[in-house]
Design a protein around this ligand. Sequence first.
Ligand code: IMP
Ligand code: MG
Length: 165
Amino acid sequence: MITEETLQKRIGELAAQMNIDLKGKNVVCLGILNGAFLFAADIFRKLEIPARISFVKLASYQGTKSSGTIKELIGWNEEIKGTTVVVIEDIVDTGHTLERIMAELTMREAAEIKIATAFFKPDAYKSKIPLDYVGFEIPNDFVVGYGLDYDGYGRNIPSIYTLIH
Ligand code: IMP
Ligand code: MG
């Protein structure tokens, strides 16, 4: 669906925009595990501004259907208060995960919250939270590759594939 080359080119564009927008800010990138580990690494290595990175784990998925409930929340060892947090997500689907992370970041008194996601499914989105950096808008189909999994597998596929049942 999306080749490795196209992915990497787009990530370069997002990072370039971040380098402009986030200059002079106290930046903490917050990658959402597991899915965002590759996107977080790729975007972070292209940042040319002082920035920290940390990861939290929040999962709402089993198989190909969102359970709608968040099962896990671990991490949060970085000082968030007063910082500009850049949430780095692999994919924003319903937005449930994002809502949960936003609530937590607000509680932890982040000064500013930016959202970066490699992929976004606008037709599935139920939230009103604006997304600041979107790699690709995709149809409401299940995709694998580039960190995204199907029951734990497929994360190491460098391009994005649509799963056909
Ligand atoms: P949301 O909470 O419904 O927005 O779902 C976000 C999470 O669901 C992502 O971080 C992914 O882990 C997972 N997810 C949503 N869509 C897909 C997909 O097409 N492929 C793999 N994982 C997905
Ligand atoms: Mg995930």
